[in-house]
Design a protein around this ligand. Structure first.
Ligand code: IMP
Length: 418
């Protein structure tokens, strides 16, 4: 029995969903602790593809408790759709296996509208995430507990106060798309009606009752953290380990702090990306790795593995072991560039800079293996060059790589025992 936290070491989309699904087998409670429907975990089981946005990956398994904790923001309509879609695929979702914190903030129609109008420079997912967190910090947000604890009159005035402010902002950009009271009111009524059974008053209690068998699942990745990532091109929450504590309201010790690292790098949306490959290598990564967003369908930007970023993430999160994902995507390369350092104005730097846009990447080329590795199940079934690639990363980071993904299937994984 142990507590594990899973954290993305890059800009999200590292393949956390598959690891969460695997590890949830041995955990009683699976916790999603930040973010919202901007995440997109894809899990493949028996050739069936499940795409999750808000629900913890443990929902696919029977007999698990899934917790959506207080720092998650919820678009009620999208959550209800996700629940319906999964039910159609015979996944059972009841208040016995899903508990949602009453402190979660709701994404209302005006948040979506504001994200649509203001999110372009960052290249957001358009799910209203930033505006919802903005309201949380401005202390004007509407939380799930409000659906239970406020009278209709109180709720109405909260909507009206928000609308008068938001519609002013919206109309400055585009008067046609202002939001009306009825739209918000009906949204909240539906949320009250359908989500209430899942609302929990004390998710910290559930977590502590299962201390020793917890799995925490972050959404996005370290470089998208609002405090520690590539600000301002970040999401509005803390996917890093600190977010797990404010995100649930209780402290627990993690026996394993599992970093998920993709064998190359991708990024969705705008912002600096030092090891980006706008060339045929990048194209191959996108094509072979199916690098299109699970939430938005957008083509992801692709680049070489950036070990400066990985080392920074290992430090921020105290990563104790790594799962390296999608190694098979590199199988058609003769030579594989890996970013091992940064220069600014021609000089090597030994710190992680607040802005990555001035950074020049320093690469080392490693040998490729040009062999299909999707059927390998043991390290000794991998070509020497692939093992060297893994060892190079491990030595650079000083953190053990315990598992290597060689394909999307649940069984396409190599356990590395040393
Ligand atoms: P937001 O989270 O929708 O506000 O978007 C802010 C930034 O985070 C944008 O660059 C998004 O593309 C990025 N982002 C948000 N969620 C994910 C994710 O799950 N994977 C990868 N990038 C994401």
């Amino acid at each position: 029995m142990a507590n594990t936290i899973i954290i993305g070491m890059q800009w999200g989309d590292e393949g956390k969903g598959a690891e969460t699904d695997r590890l949830s087998e041995n955990s009683d409670v699976i916790v999603r602790y930040q973010g919202g429907g901007n995440a997109g975990h894809t899990i493949v089981i028996d050739n069936k593809k499940y795409v999750l946005h808000l629900l913890p990956s443990g929902i696919i398994r029977k007999g698990k408790i899934n917790v959506i904790s207080n720092n998650v923001v919820i678009d009620a309509f999208n959550l209800l759709k996700e629940i319906d879609d999964l039910r159609k695929m015979s996944v059972e979702i009841t208040p016995e296996n899903l508990a949602i914190s009453d402190r979660c903030h709701l994404t209302l129609p005006y948040h979506l509208r504001l994200d649509e109008l203001n999110g372009k420079s960052v290249g957001t997912t358009g799910r209203g995430i930033g505006p919802t967190y903005t309201d949380k910090v401005s202390r004007t947000g509407i939380r799930l507990c409000d659906l239970l604890d406020l009278s209709n009159n109180e709720l109405n005035s909260k909507i009206n106060e928000n609308l008068s402010e938001k519609n002013l902002l919206i109309s400055r950009k585009e008067w046609k798309s202002t939001v009306n009271f009825q739209e918000c009111y009906e949204y909240l009524l539906k949320a009250r009606d359908k989500i209430s059974p899942f609302i929990n008053r004390d998710i910290g209690k559930i977590v502590l009752e299962h201390d020793g068998s917890l799995l925490y699942e972050s959404a996005q990745g370290t470089l998208l953290d609002v405090d520690l990532g590539t600000y301002p091109y970040v999401t509005s929450s803390n996917p890093t380990i600190g977010g797990a504590f404010t995100g649930t309201g209780v402290w627990v010790d993690f026996n394993t702090k599992l970093g998920i690292l993709k064998a190359y790098t991708t990024r969705v949306g705008n912002g600096p990306f030092p090891a980006e490959q706008v060339n045929e290598f990048g194209e191959r990564l996108r094509k072979n790795g199916f690098e299109f967003g699970a939430t938005t369908g957008r083509a992801r930007r692709c680049g070489a593995l950036d070990l400066v970023i990985a080392r920074y993430s290992a430090r921020v999160n105290g990563i104790s072991e790594i799962s390296l994902t999608k190694l098979d995507v590199l199988s058609s390369e003769d030579k594989i560039p890996v970013c091992i350092g940064y220069k600014i104005d021609g000089k090597n730097i030994d710190y992680f800079p607040a802005y990555l846009n001035k950074v020049e990447p320093v690469y080392q080329e490693l040998d490729g293996w040009r062999t299909d590795i999707t059927n390998a199940r043991r390290a000794d079934e991998l070509p020497k060059e692939a093992r060297d690639y893994i060892m190079f990363i491990q030595e650079f980071l000083g953190v053990p790589i315990k598992r290597v993904g060689v394909g999307p299937g649940r069984d396409q994984v190599i356990e590395i025992f040393r």
